[in-house]
Write a new protein. Structure first.
Length: 143
């Protein structure tokens, strides 16, 4: 089984709250129109910053961030700093479907070193509560 964030290769299972392994590279992310003057951080540092930005996004109906909820399936960053995020929602009829992807895009785009952002919503595999991190389960009192 692959981890929710992977490079397309099967991983050994990981504790949900640990940082994911390096993602593969994805081309075709839309370029950012804003100019960046700072040097982009190393890809692993950029990945940590992107995860931190995504971890600030919350579904308004669930008091847990979407990263710990297991809604982020993959993060890929190419050498130029273009980020591709594959994510899902808790259900196809989720009312947050209108704004959650936009908020993810805005927060990732604001990370220094990110040159473009592409968000892809997928429904397969479907989200299940088993995808939640241990931290999310504790926050929701599921233990």
């Amino acid at each position: 089984m692959s981890s929710p964030l992977n490079d397309g290769q099967p991983d050994a299972p990981r504790a949900p709250e640990q940082p994911p392994s390096e993602a593969g590279q994805t081309a075709g992310a839309a370029p950012d129109s804003g100019a960046r003057t700072a040097q982009p951080p190393a890809q692993t540092d950029l990945r940590s910053l992107v995860i931190d930005a995504i971890s600030r996004v919350r579904d308004p109906e669930i008091p847990v961030n979407i990263y710990d909820m297991g809604l982020i399936y993959d993060i890929a960053i190419d050498e130029a700093g273009a980020v591709s995020v594959t994510m899902t929602l808790t259900a196809p009829g989720c009312p947050a479907a209108v704004f959650l992807p936009l908020e993810v895009e805005q927060r990732v785009r604001a990370v220094p070193g990110v040159t473009g952002v592409k968000i892809e919503i997928v429904w397969d595999p479907p989200w299940t509560p088993e995808r939640m991190s241990e931290r999310a389960r504790l926050q929701l009192g599921l233990y």
